[in-house]
Ligand binder design. Structure first.
Ligand code: PBG
Length: 326
């Protein structure tokens, strides 16, 4: 061996322009979907910071509209909405009420910004008094099939209010098909379904459950959300949702499941979404607040990693903050 007889990887890393020329992955504003929590309240200027998610708040419809407008000025193109209803009951009526909180927020957002992509989270857990994602039987077990009709009703009411995409996050079997059929029959065959196809039963949803007041009153979600140990099962979930008519598949959480994202990317051709969840946000924010991580570099690297693993779009609470950096 003589000097020079080895791979000279540094040749293409020498200057910023050279590095940019050979860069394989890029974050674009259109990739980012900001999640918001909208609350039923008589106080139009309501804004309540969420302690475990610094920078995020529960918002009234009007403060949401204002905040989204600000973010759109820095390039935000899409949002994902979660609702906190005025009252909860065992059957989650607030989720599918025509004047429900998400329905009102969607209507106002689309009035104000017709070009904004409004995605709605379709689930019952924020609306049920017991905090589970479906109807309970007498033994506290979540009933699959009776829940489907309510999920489909919820999705339809969101779409009637103007939602551009519905995103079921409940993990009941058959919900994509139930929603697809209901939307088609009501004349909404043009509205896509973004399925939380591969949603793990994760500890990283902790801050969200405080933000959305949706922690289960008893038990956990392991009977419907996926076991974090399983990868092959993710392929079965994805295949089932595609067969039922999902247009976009999601993997959630993102960072602990990048292998799953890559497997799906290699196995399917549909657009893939990844959800950088509340716990991922909280971890980064906590380390940044302590001065242990550089905010811009760490957040951009985390998001870039998710894209590189195969996500076409990323749901993230960092979207507002990151957009001015792109
Ligand atoms: C509703 C739902 C949850 C999240 C999104 N939709 C909570 C859960 O399943 O318990 C979590 C999002 C996050 O942690 O940011 N089912």
């Amino acid at each position: 061996m003589f000097i020079g007889d080895f791979h000279r990887g540094r040749r293409l890393r020498r200057t910023p322009s050279l590095r940019e020329m050979v860069r394989e992955t890029e974050l674009r504003p259109a990739d980012l979907i900001q999640g918001y929590f909208v609350v039923e309240t008589a106080d139009a200027s309501f804004e309540k910071p969420i302690p475990s998610m610094p920078g995020q708040s529960q918002l009234s419809v009007e403060t949401l509209v204002w905040r989204v407008g600000q973010a759109m000025d820095s390039g935000l193109k899409s949002v994902l909405l979660f609702g906190l209803p005025g009252k909860k009951d065992p059957v989650g009526s607030g989720a599918y009420a025509d004047d429900g909180i998400v329905q009102k927020a969607v209507t106002r957002l689309k009035e104000a910004y017709p070009g904004l992509v409004v995605v709605t989270d379709v689930c019952l857990c924020e609306y049920t008094s017991h905090g589970h994602c479906g109807l309970l039987d007498g033994h506290g077990e979540v009933q699959n099939d009776p829940t489907l009709e309510l999920l489909a009703k919820t999705a339809l009411s969101h779409v009637r209010a103007g939602a551009d995409i519905v995103a079921p996050s409940d993990m009941m079997d058959g919900r994509v098909g139930a929603i697809r059929t209901t939307l088609d029959e009501a004349g909404f065959s043009h509205i896509p379904v973004m399925s939380y196809a591969v949603k793990y039963s994760s500890a990283f949803y902790g801050p969200f459950r405080e933000a959305a007041d949706s922690a289960p009153a008893f038990g956990d979600r392991r009977g419907y959300q996926m076991d974090p140990a399983n990868a092959r099962e993710a392929m079965r979930e994805a295949a089932a949702d595609l067969a039922e008519g999902a247009d976009i598949l999601m993997v959630k959480p993102a960072m602990p499941y990048l292998d799953i994202l890559r497997m799906l990317r290699d196995a399917t051709d549909v657009p893939l979404a990844a959800y950088q969840v509340s716990g991922e946000y909280a971890m980064l924010k906590a380390a940044i607040a302590n001065g242990w991580l550089d905010p811009k570099l760490a957040v951009l690297e985390a998001l870039l990693g998710i894209k590189r693993a195969g996500a076409d779009m990323i749901i993230t609470y960092f979207a507002e903050e990151v957009l001015p950096w792109l």
